[in-house]
Design a binder for this molecule. Structure first.
Ligand code: SF4
Ligand code: SF4
Length: 376
């Protein structure tokens, strides 16, 4: 029991440690969020991507359970759609190991628009079939590994310029759902706000051709995959309409987009994105404040959870995420049944009298962050 309480204390201490507060975001996004938040973002030290916590030790298949990932994939069963300005930054950064992959994508032209180098419809179709944890495909199917992943190094080949979804996803969080809420809000700010608005802004700065704009804005997709989509072939007539006066100069276009965003401040981003960015910004700031707030609710009750394993003297529980289970000594877990929405001090007194167990605030905070206990 002591061990789990000590671990809980360690997690809370990590959030408070100045040493751990280094932005985990890529440089451009880190600069904008520093200006937006006025303070640093706590690093998710539980999900160390350079020493992935999810991969199996023996590198053999089949993998032991659906939350273990293949060592040659990690969580990169994904195909990002890179906005034009990030494409430009990658093209200019000769240190990026996946640069040849991006060059090949642009040379091929398939799903390469003035707004983005997109994922492929086939990958999207297959990805939608495996996102459910039960399929066992996420993090394990080599067919769906991201093309920008460098297999022999086990690393992202565009790490310094990765986009919203890749920058904000972590398999484990220091403060459970409290941290995840923040990262999801930041993901939405970047993906729905910044990446859409800023890529359009770059486009408008460089391309006055209204027909090309019309074709770029048309995101309607057919319900079924066409032969062109399955084979990743480009229709040259459509491609000319899509690129207008930049046809044949696509890489130059992307590089100029990358240069355009170089000097943009957060205030510039606000002006470009207007009410959309402002709205996301309010949500992000709200969740950012919660990352540093350790106020416990007055009343708590036990939330839905799933016991997935019984070890000697411990339960392993899924609470807010299947990827981030918590281990609890059986007596501690059983005393949580007392939490029925009454005031917390009253419940703590009863647990002390009947079970002779006391929780300190940091352990209660951990239960709240991991949604094992929720406010009434
Ligand atoms: S976020 Fe991905 S790469 Fe990082 S530790 Fe988790 S599974 Fe591994
Ligand atoms: S871009 Fe990088 S982080 Fe994102 S899925 Fe690909 S390899 Fe992984």
């Amino acid at each position: 029991m002591a061990e789990t309480i000590i671990n809980a204390q360690k997690k809370i201490n990590k959030m408070n440690s100045k040493k751990e507060i280094i932005s985990p975001l890529p440089p451009l996004y880190a600069r904008w969020t520093d200006e937006l938040l006025g303070g640093p973002i706590p690093k998710e030290t539980e999900a160390d991507c350079s020493n992935c916590v999810r991969i199996t030790q023996d590198n053999t298949l089949p993998l032991p359970d659906n939350t273990c990932f293949h060592p040659k994939i990690k969580c990169c069963t994904y195909y990002p759609s890179l906005p034009n300005f990030l494409v430009g930054r990658i093209l200019k950064d000769t240190d990026m190991p996946a640069l040849p992959v991006l060059h090949a994508r642009i040379d091929n032209g398939f799903e390469v628009t003035p707004l983005a180098v997109k994922s492929t419809p086939v990958h999207n179709f297959l990805y939608n079939k495996i996102v459910d944890l039960g399929s066992g495909g996420f993090g394990r199917a080599e067919l769906l590994r991201c093309p920008y992943y460098i297999i022999d190094k086990g690393l992202c080949g565009i790490w310094k310029h990765r986009y919203s979804i890749c920058s904000t996803w972590f398999c484990k969080h220091l403060r459970g759902q409290t941290s995840r809420d923040f990262w999801l809000s930041l993901r939405d700010l970047f993906s729905d706000g910044i990446e859409k608005s800023v890529s359009l802004w770059c486009f408008s700065q460089l391309n006055p051709d209204v027909k090309a704009l019309e074709y770029s804005l048309n995101t309607s997709t057919l319900p079924n995959l066409s032969a062109l989509e399955l084979d990743m072939r480009v229709d040259p007539i459509q491609q000319k309409k899509l690129w207008g006066n930049w046809f044949g100069k696509e890489k130059e276009f992307f590089i100029q987009c990358g240069e355009l965003v170089e000097e943009l401040t957060w205030n510039d981003i606000r002006k470009i994105g207007g009410i959309l960015i402002e709205s996301h910004e309010r949500v992000v700031k709200n969740y950012y404040a919660k990352l540093f707030d350790y106020t416990l609710p007055d009343r708590l009750k036990l939330n839905v959870h799933k016991i997935v394993e019984v070890k000697s003297g411990y339960y392993v529980l899924y609470t807010y995420s299947h990827y981030d289970p918590i281990e609890l000594p059986i007596p501690v877990f059983e005393s949580l049944r007392y939490f029925d929405g009454r005031p917390v001090p009253e419940i703590m007194k009863q647990i002390k009298e009947e079970k002779d167990i006391s929780f300190d605030d940091s352990l209660l905070q951990l239960f709240v962050d991991f949604k094992l206990l929720v406010p009434l």
